[in-house]
Design a protein around this ligand. Sequence first.
Ligand code: SDX
Length: 422
Amino acid sequence: MEKVTSGFVFLTVKCKTQNLKYGYSIPPQNSHWEMISMGVLKEEGPIPYSKGLEGIIAALSAISAIDGMKGKLVYRGIPIEMLAKYSTYEETAYLLLYGELPTKNDLDDFSAQMRELRYLPPKVEECLKELPPNPHPMDVLKVAVAHAALYDPDRLRCCREGVMRKVLRIIAQIPTMIAYYHRTRIGEDVVPPDPDLNHAANFLYMLHGKKPDEEEARIFDVALILHAEHGLNASTFAAMVTASTLSDINSAIVSAIGALKGPLHGGANERVLKMLDEIGSPDKAEEYVLNALKEKRRVMGFGHRVYKTYDPRARILKQYAEYLSDKYNDRRYIEIGKKIEEVMIRELGKKGIFPNVDFYSGIVYHFLGIPRDLFTPVFAMARSVGWAAHVCEYTANNRIFRPRAYYIGPEYVEYVPIEKRR
Ligand code: SDX
């Protein structure tokens, strides 16, 4: 048991018949006890225990703010709706990293740096051609980012300028990694980055091998803005924990990619499309949802740790999903999606379960021709700037993350020699 010097562990446990309070002891091992709340008493009072750190403040940040009850999101104080309407991913990336909107000269310089840094080291390109069959694209991204770090000319630089150079290189290279991997796996030649295209348009160009429709490039640019940053979500927190040990930025980004891969986080968007295909038509949506809820299964793309109302990003993505469904004269997915939304809000809206960013993003990406298993890598491509911004902000006033756990195992057990064990 971890020696708790400055207080003692108290456990409030409930057996079926009475509430008992234990000080510095552990509940009897019999099975009918269940832990309902615990805390470590310190001079100034108990330290809270909150599963999954729900509601716990782990950092001070000026990068973004979420009002989960009103469904509002601001980046550096600017409402996401304004950025979606007027900004670009490159301008938003500058805002998130440097804390203010760039002047025209600043943006031109930042954008020129990003375009110069898009290219991959030859060894990384080769590595993307020598992968085992059918790897998970997020595993490929982890490998590529870690591999690229070995060839980063600034890898040994720890000064702020050096770190920012590494940050821009990672943000600029991730789209190229994803596109090169995809082109290689389908047996097509890789398409080198086009310095005349912005971040969003260049990715679609490298992925499809042809210049994107301007309108669709703009829709993708907005999708990247909407996914760029979202406070201390699991993948951002993973990056911060890694960086708080004073490890390097590439290691922090690899940690974040691993966390984002999970279906409860960034992996949900791909599963939403799979669910829409399973349902097949709007008239089957209600039965599917009611069965899922009855079986306590999660309906992907709904619910959020912070939003207890409609995710403002989902509102914007839904509009684009509608628009593209009409443009391509294929309303199958959007009609099923809207029916699922109607049933989920009727059934769980009172519990604060509403569509989140992942529910409509997949429909948008589908019409932009992005393969389904690249939806989460695209999320990582956008969120790389949020990860980097929080790592830079937190390490500027760093303290290593080291939370506590309450030991609930046996307080003392005799060591029994192996010959005497039964
Ligand atoms: C992202 O943190 C971020 O900001 C993340 C993100 C970002 O930009 O970085 O916004 C991106 O990750 C969005 C979320 C994508 N994931 C999904 O869509 C997967 C499905 N959603 C969930 O599993 C869930 O809602 C979470 C993980 C998103 C949030 O989980 P919480 O806050 O831990 O909520 P919970 O699991 O405690 O659920 C509370 C209740 C439970 O019911 P009871 O046990 O109380 O009866 O709500 C229910 C849950 O069963 N519930 C759902 C549900 N989500 C929650 N029921 C059905 N379907 C769902 N989707």
